[in-house]
Design a protein around this ligand. Structure first.
Ligand code: AMP
Ligand code: MG
Length: 408
């Protein structure tokens, strides 16, 4: 049995980040940017108006107010997409809509509400003094040409997609998605939607793990439910080893008479790096490699599977995708946490920020590794290394937030 730290180190040393591929922007969701995205032009690209109004020379409006407006001659129109070639002379103005290029000679925008309006086609009255730069979006004020806009390793979310499109980028280089097999084992398993007999249970791990793999940004290329039968296990596992970067099996890896998973991995030439970690839940976790494939044998209990996935497989998928690691937090317990003298202890829990801005947390009261409903009310996994002193309310503990949940 090895420590959690040792197990994490062993896995991290076996991760070889995947290569790159080019995808179009509308297929880039949740992918990881392979190279820095550099601004190929300044943003905005040209000086343009932030409001609908009149482009003016600010000096021409000096002293203008409601009672003594200044009158300017309207000489043209500049609107979004249709720039005007006019050059403003003193005493002149041009209609200029939001997004319209600022005509040469103008240095300020008077909003239409402070004028006699667009209907005055020749002489326009200005009711408010303008200052140089009013309502002008300056070329390059957001990003200068040549600057890094999005750094490599960033996950493409709606913000990145929008910004890439705003720079006219249609194809981007992203990290190849890890290919994953989910192989669920157990004679007792029945698929949701079917009738169940005494002694059987529904296969929840497959559905839960599939969602988790999707959340991590990997691609499920093979999924099977396999009986505790050596031949069937051998067949499915060997196919998965040929196809996948990551093989995740569930169940059959403990001490039971029908737990063949470890034996089959060994028979198929998987190099075992560890089996059993000093942790609760999830002690029988298996980890091996064959070539560049990473093989994880999760214990079947749903909470063990879930927590082992989040602590070992999710970081591995992030590593393959060159993603930055998720951050851990520390918070104050509002209830005691059942620390173990020898094992690293994990429990689902709730975390929240109180009115003084402190991060607080409490473990779930459902402590059994078979109690999947514990995850319903939780937004984090609390963890504590082994220790002699009990963790009491008021003590600090490590919080792993589940990124698809909010702080309660
Ligand atoms: P095992 O690791 O195969 O010994 O299974 C440990 C416990 O987890 C047993 O109570 C199994 O019935 C249960 N279990 C195994 N696989 C699944 C699954 N896919 N979905 C839900 N529970 C499971
Ligand atoms: Mg089993």
């Amino acid at each position: 049995m090895i420590s959690v730290k040792k197990a994490q180190l062993i896995i991290s040393k076996k991760i070889q980040p995947l290569g790159f591929e080019s995808v179009s922007l509308n297929n880039a969701r949740n992918r990881v940017l392979a190279q820095n995205f550099i601004a190929n032009n300044p943003m905005p690209q040209f000086n343009n108006s932030a409001m609908d109004g009149f482009a003016v020379c600010a000096a021409d409006t000096e002293g203008a107010n409601q009672f003594s407006p200044k009158t300017l001659m309207m000489v043209g129109v500049s609107s979004a997409g249709i720039p005007s070639k006019i050059i403003l002379e003193s005493g002149e103005c041009a209609q200029c809509m939001t997004g319209g290029k600022i005509p040469k000679g103008a240095n300020s925008i008077v909003i239409v509400e402070n004028s006699s309006g667009f209907l005055d086609s020749k002489a326009v009255k200005i009711f408010k003094e303008a200052k140089i730069g009013d309502h002008i979006r300056k070329q390059g004020e957001e990003i200068q040409e040549g600057n890094v806009v999005i750094s490599k390793g960033t996950c493409i979310t709606p913000s990145e997609t929008g910004v890439l499109a705003a720079f006219g980028c249609e194809k981007i280089s992203v990290v190849i998605k890890p290919k994953v097999a989910i192989l669920v084992t157990g004679n007792e398993l029945v698929e949701p939607g079917h009738k169940i007999k005494l002694g059987q249970i529904y296969n929840s791990n497959f559905y839960m793990l599939s969602e988790l793999v999707e959340q991590s940004g990997a691609e499920i290329v093979m999924s099977e439910v396999i009986k505790d039968n050596k031949n069937s296990l051998q067949k499915s596992f060997s196919k998965a080893l040929q196809l996948c970067d990551i093989i995740i099996s569930s169940g059959g890896v403990s001490m039971g008479r029908f737990d063949y998973v470890r034996e089959i991995y060994n028979e198929l030439g998987v190099q075992e790096h560890f089996w059993k970690i000093a942790q609760k839940p999830g002690k029988p976790l298996f980890f091996g490699t064959k070539g560049t494939s990473l093989i994880f044998g999760l214990p079947g209990n749903p909470i063990s599977s879930f927590i082992c996935y989040m602590k070992y497989i999710h970081p591995a998928i992030q590593g393959l995708q060159r993603k930055k690691r998720s951050q851990q937090h520390r918070g104050i317990l509002t209830e005691d946490f059942p620390i173990d003298t020898k094992k690293h202890r994990y429990l689902f829990g709730k975390s929240w920020i109180n009115s003084y801005g402190k991060l607080l947390c409490a473990p779930t009261s459902k402590m059994g590794s078979h109690m999947l409903t514990a995850s319903l009310e939780s937004n984090c996994i609390l963890e504590s290394p082994p220790g002699k002193c009990k963790l009491k309310a008021g003590d600090e503990i490590i919080i792993n937030l589940l990124n698809w949940r909010n702080l309660k």
